[in-house]
Design a protein around this ligand. Structure first.
Ligand code: DGL
Length: 244
């Protein structure tokens, strides 16, 4: 079986990560598991997420994946420890909200948008504790329903949710917004309509760099120079498509 990198998310969100991975690792094969059937992850219990993500990992393993990129902040912050314990033969790369990036770049008032599951997680709160200086403010904002509205391409709903979220932060001199869910880069335009002066931060290029580093470290890089193939499985439609 051909070696390939597994990537998964609760639907289309992880394509924002896949795009960076393909730029950095053009010769690699990818198998992208879009779990639209179980979207949204952000409002599910840990037990349910453990079950869902274990099932995906089993699937990706059967496709020959030795390295799996969790292209989802919710699944990473809630399940990565569990998955690493359960599948010690797989290398897992996670995606977490770019809180460290915001702090390192000296932004003073950062709003972190993420699913309720990510906002509530120990990992997100650890990132704030470890990186925030006393002169910086970080506002953690659970965005109920937003990933689901993006998955369904419901622009009216997206705009309504964003208006509601930002109304309480217009007077807080917000200078950066962390897009702590991989679905959110798809609505950058709508976010900037509400908050035109902010810098938008996401973790996609960091995830791609870490994937490359781990592949080098474990000698997993594809040796031949031909362009890699990308297969996409969608759990809602139960079909596999091959991307160009
Ligand atoms: N795209 C995912 C994330 O980064 C999950 C969205 C959801 O299903 O709630 O958190």
């Amino acid at each position: 079986m051909e070696q390939c990198i597994g990537v998964f998310d609760s639907g289309i969100g992880g394509f924002t990560i896949l795009a960076e991975l393909r730029k950095l690792l053009p010769n690699e094969n990818f198998f992208y598991y879009a779990d639209s059937l179980n979207n949204p992850y952000g409002e599910k219990s840990d037990e349910k997420l453990f079950e869902i993500t274990s099932n995906i990992v089993e699937n990706l393993k059967s496709y020959g994946c030795k390295i799996i990129v969790i292209a989802c902040n919710t699944a990473t912050t809630r399940c990565i420890k569990y998955l690493r314990n359960k599948y010690s033969d797989i290398i897992f790369i996670g995606t977490v909200p770019a809180i460290k990036v915001a702090c390192d770049h000296n932004f003073k008032n950062t709003l972190v948008m993420a699913t309720p599951g990510t906002i509530d997680s120990e990992r997100t709160n650890e990132l704030v504790r470890d990186n925030k200086r006393a002169d910086q403010n970080i506002y953690l904002v659970p965005c109920y329903g937003l990933a689901q509205a993006i998955e369904k391409k419901d622009t009216l709903k997206v705009k309504e949710i964003l208006k509601n979220i930002f109304k309480d932060y217009k007077d807080k001199n917000i200078d950066s917004i962390v897009l702590g869910c991989t679905h959110y880069p798809f609505v950058k335009k709508e976010i900037l309509e509400e908050m035109p002066t902010v810098a938008l931060l996401d973790g996609a290029s960091g995830v791609a760099k870490e994937t490359k580093r781990q592949m080098e470290l474990h000698s997993l890089l594809n040796k031949n120079n031909s362009l890699g193939k990308v297969k996409v499985y969608n759990s809602l439609e139960d079909n596999i498509a091959v991307l160009d």
